[in-house]
Write a protein of this length. Sequence first.
Lengths: 266, 315
Amino acid sequence: MTGPRSKAIVLWGIVWAVVITLSLPTVIVIGASFTAGEIIAFPPEGLSLRWYGELWQLDHFRDALMRTLYVSVICTALSIPVGTLAAIALVRTRFRFHNAIQVYLLLPFTIPLVVSGLSLMIFFGEIRILGQLWPVGVGLCVINLPFMIWSVSASVNALDPELENAAQNCGAPPVQTFLTVTLPAVTPGVITGALLMFILAFNEFLVSLFLTDSRTVTLPVQIYNSIRSVITPDLAAVSVVYIVIALVAIWVLDRLVGLEIFLRSK
Amino acid sequence: MARTGRSAGPLGWRLLDAVEAALSALWPFRSRQAVARAFLLPALLLVGLLVIGLGYMVEYSLHELNLATYRLADDYSLANYRYLIERPTYARILWRTFLAAVIVSAVTVTLAFPYAYVLVRTPSAAMRKFLLIALFLPFFIGQVVRAYGWLIILGREGVINRGLGVIGLPPADLIFNYPAVIFGLIQYMLPFAILLIVPAIAAIGEDVERASEGLGAGWVATFRHVVIPMARPGLIGASVVVFTLTMTDFAMPEILGGGTTDFIASAIYDAFFQLSNPGLGAALSIVLVTLGSAIVAGVFYVAGTGTLGVRGGGR
């Protein structure tokens, strides 16, 4: 029982079980979205694209999608400079309170989302910006910032500091060194981080639930609200929007930096 | 950026020179410390929003709700915390959440480890790509949509119950119970766990395994005595992340539990929005943060920070 055959059987058995568990909801949602019937049935009662057609008739879903994109763009655009600079400083410089600052910057990750969401809701309420859309983007940036910092710091760690020293030795002033040596070297990390930030913001549900109201509701919250009432196939069609965007994000990530970047040892 | 800067010719150079001159006039500090502080400032401010919010949370938790006016009383008290201790409901919810977190971490890490191992070790590039995509797709789809998929599969009118109906069996209650929530959470946590274990396995040389097997150990012994101990940092990191994410999850218990299996996050939500008692909700939040941090700190103290420690810091 300890030969290579049993190893392959056990390992691949678990791997396939995991693959099926991971993929089943996605496959079922895609299947359900093509149903022609009034209710979700599997196998579907005939194939049609009618629910995709109806999707564009449903203003609340379309508006929610637009708001979600807007919020995600704000979150990503804000996180790129903020996270990149912070990661470079954290990895490159030894300064006082280094550990304390590190712990502080990872707070959004260590504080439970439900607490972060409510804290931001209370604070935004106190300064009277709750109910607008842009603070949602800022809030999502705050809670996901550690992912940006992690992505970029992996790239900064891989950059040999001697390269920057060499540039400065050859007479390059600081801004030029930063733009021509540091920044290009960390670009893969920035791309990975930015993509992650966009996807996380696009999917974010719990914090959005607290920061939005019926006028500013975003798509994940809208889907959640709809799940709790009657489940109709239009929801499956909306969900396919998510699946398509996830596929595009994976494709972009693979083309620009390669998915294998996540397999590197640390 | 780099290439445009170099090929833009004289204009680009003049622009860059102007930026350098402007910067050295506006920013006379040459030390790396000053630059680092300037680089960190925006992130510190941004996270500051959260810290200020947490401050409000602590403040709210120290004021009791005045039931006559439905506002928080002005004077400070620990009444909210006392209420949490006195009510057995909260201890029960806490225990249910903690138990779920333990089960989900154990099962998820056990399933994620072989996946991560195969992902790193498979000789086929195509297989590796497939496993990576199977991993990232659900990761990028989000919790609500995935829970919705499980509703279609496990629901009363769902795929499985229809299948049971076809072969003449009565429909089963597969949803709105504790096991359904646990299952949904495991599925949700798998990608996180795999991504955290992978770097630890990638760091183990294949020759170490071959040496172990060359010395006569079977693969089970090699796993037990070589691979798993060497992958420990990844396993610890993954367990801690899965544990805390489960401990604080809201969507899965709500959607797949259907209100029958409240977790702490649901209790906090209810305190704020059903009972309209922000003081109580805030106290429960503070308890959750404290408890979660204490558990994580305990694990780190006993087992080390694993892959979660941020390396670097001025080399």
